[in-house]
Design a protein around this ligand. Sequence first.
Ligand code: XIL
Length: 339
Amino acid sequence: MPKSSFANDEHAPLKEVGRSKGIRIGSAIRARPARDVAAIVARECDLLTPENALKPAHLSPARGKYRWSDADRTYKFAKSKGLAFHGHTLFWYKRPPPWAEETLGGRSFADATEVYGDFLRDVVERYPRAVSWDVLNEITGTNGLLRDVFPLSTFGVDLVAELLRRARSAAPDAALVINENDLECGASDCAAKRRNVLTLLRQLKERDAPLDVLGVQGHLNSSKPPDTDAVQAFFGEVEALGLDIYLSELDVRDREFDGDDLARDDQVAGLYWTFLTAALQSRAVKRVVFWGITDAENWLATGKGDGHTRARPALFDRSFDRKQAYYAVKEALSSAPER
Ligand code: XIL
């Protein structure tokens, strides 16, 4: 990693470096973050997104019933700190609302999209200051175009297009996103997914579906390193379709790295730098968002992800000190072309 003046500048927050390039910096945040985490997010970021509070299963335990309090907290916190608010997510195959399968199953397309559309509208209208929404999260398949799960398997791309339309009519000024995982690596499953995402985006364009952004999660992995050439080629194709790109959930799964903390931090920083330096060459990339900016509250380090007790996936350590990854990110941002 080359060193630059930014690398030594402890005082320029990431958001300032990002702004000088036209890139917004963000983080996911818990509903009740530690005070130090909240302070870091407010200092370093332009934008935040609730990590779990808006997930449909959490938000809507029964049809038409909502648990708003966690998402409301984060929304208010964003406002109090002058941060933009991104909504994650209105649809996720992994955690559908408990009423979804029973209520939507056996219905016609029109009925099913009406029911889910009501949910979507209720959520979007509660948070009118949201600048953007992940309308659909992790829908693309590796073998098939879409994941083989209900209701995607039943209604296909038409469902995707219809939910985008409903999101647009509920939030005409928000950027609408399809957010995807496993697009960065060199392994064959990532390559298949990149192809399927491009096919999906083309099919949505043919249907005139309102989509503004592809979210590329960027959960980088020590055992499946990013293929930077493939990423750059892929971003070029996404840009040619007229879409922006958000790097939406960056962190590093460091399970396979060896050595003491310092040695592993070095490798983690290297992965951030390698991926970001390549990805930011594309001027379509308008955001860099971390999926928890501290090891203290990143999902990979806190037992929910791989449960690795020594995991150090984020930019700040458990004592809230900057790690090498922080400087690597700053370096990659500062050498990115302006957009
Ligand atoms: C994760 C959260 O970080 C965890 O706290 C939760 O237990 C599971 O979900 N891709 C996504 C995110 O789109 O919503 C996931 O968040 C991480 C993978």
